[in-house]
Design a binder for this molecule. Structure first.
Ligand code: SF4
Length: 341
């Protein structure tokens, strides 16, 4: 898969007061990408498209270059203390993606150019927690690796955290465009994770992302560059033949990581879930999806803000956890499974 190139770029005038803002403007001009001005990255107007669906698709390949004004970071439990806001949105078309609802009517991609202010805020959070370690998650609201070949914001964040004593950075990706990150001075403080899944899930639900093989090749490069490596298996989904599908996944994973130092390898396991509002949006945007979202077959779990989610019934979830943990133990006996949720 080719690296992402936006079809349309919006730039906030204020963003041009920052070096990165100017750099991106020059870059997109040279690339011949259409550039428009917007007063706010929160209210981009006039995204082309005759229907809502067309507008959605155009928005997914529209990049907005803006200034992050809210410097209060969201929390990002359980995997990190804070979400570090480098970008929002993603060009991928994963049917199950939680951004469908969290970004609502603003599915376009936003990148923030005031990195020094964002890093200064991160330093404050780290100071407040001393002598505890503070972990920042960079992929809470986007697939940051997928756009970083354009901005290098993630690379700067990796090097910023690499210089700290008490900071740690983590993110997850479905993209393989990692070459520019291989020489970053990470000092072992960035946990680089790839999202993987069974063939069925990748084929049916993850259009617009790198293939499994491409992700694995990138994982090998990242491990060779000395980054602590991890995999997130999400969403774990009970499709026909799921046991064989996931067994094959771990076999392919282990075959392709032969000869790679996997000391410290981690796995995070997340079962498929959906909310009622998400189901509505997904059915509108991907009307032919095979994604099973039948409330009757699921267990309701109360959630924040009164929006509960539908997960697998306990017996099915337990089976998923047991079976997947078994495969991991077989293929990667020394790896740590950090959680199943
Ligand atoms: Fe969402 Fe990740 Fe897929 Fe992007 S790659 S659409 S962030 S699930």
């Amino acid at each position: 898969m080719k690296p992402f190139v936006p079809q349309l770029v919006y730039i906030e005038p204020q963003a041009l007061q920052y070096e990165l803002g100017q750099e991106l403007k020059d870059k997109f001009e040279k690339m011949g990408v259409e550039i428009r001005e917007t007063t706010s990255h929160n209210q981009v107007r006039g995204i082309p498209g005759d229907t809502e669906l067309q507008q959605y698709r155009t928005a997914k390949s529209t990049l907005v270059v803006g200034v992050r004004r809210t410097l209060k970071f969201d929390s990002s439990k359980p995997s990190a203390e804070y979400a570090i806001p480098l970008a929002t949105g993603c060009m991928g078309h994963c049917h199950y993606c939680y951004l469908q609802t969290t970004l609502g009517s603003k599915p376009y991609i936003r990148t923030y150019v005031n990195l020094d202010e964002i890093f200064a805020q991160a330093s404050k959070y780290m100071e407040e927690r001393l002598p505890e370690i503070t972990r920042f998650e960079a992929a809470c609201t986007s697939d940051i690796v997928g756009i970083d070949h354009l901005t290098h914001s993630l690379k700067k964040a990796i090097e910023f955290i690499g210089e700290t004593e008490y900071g740690r950075l983590r993110f997850v990706t479905k993209y393989h465009h990692v070459d520019h990150l291989l020489d970053a001075a990470h000092n072992g403080k960035t946990h680089f994770r790839f999202s993987v899944n069974s063939r069925y899930v990748i084929k049916n639900f993850e259009p617009g992302t790198s293939s499994f093989e491409e992700r694995l090749e990138a994982a090998r490069k990242v491990a060779a560059a000395g980054y602590p490596l991890g995999f997130i298996v999400a969403p774990i989904y009970r499709h026909d033949g799921w046991k064989e599908g996931y067994e094959e996944l771990f076999q392919r994973l282990s075959d392709s990581l032969k000869g790679v130092d996997t000391a410290g390898l981690t796995f995070e396991l997340i079962q498929h879930r959906f909310t009622k509002p998400a189901k509505k949006v997904i059915m509108k945007r991907y009307p032919k999806t095979k994604l099973e979202m039948d409330e009757e077959k699921r267990k309701y779990k109360w959630g924040r803000y009164g929006i509960g989610k539908y997960v697998y019934p306990s017996s099915e979830a337990e089976e998923l956890e047991r079976v997947i943990r078994g495969y991991i133990k077989e293929s990667f006996p020394r790896a740590e499974v950090q959680y199943f949720t």
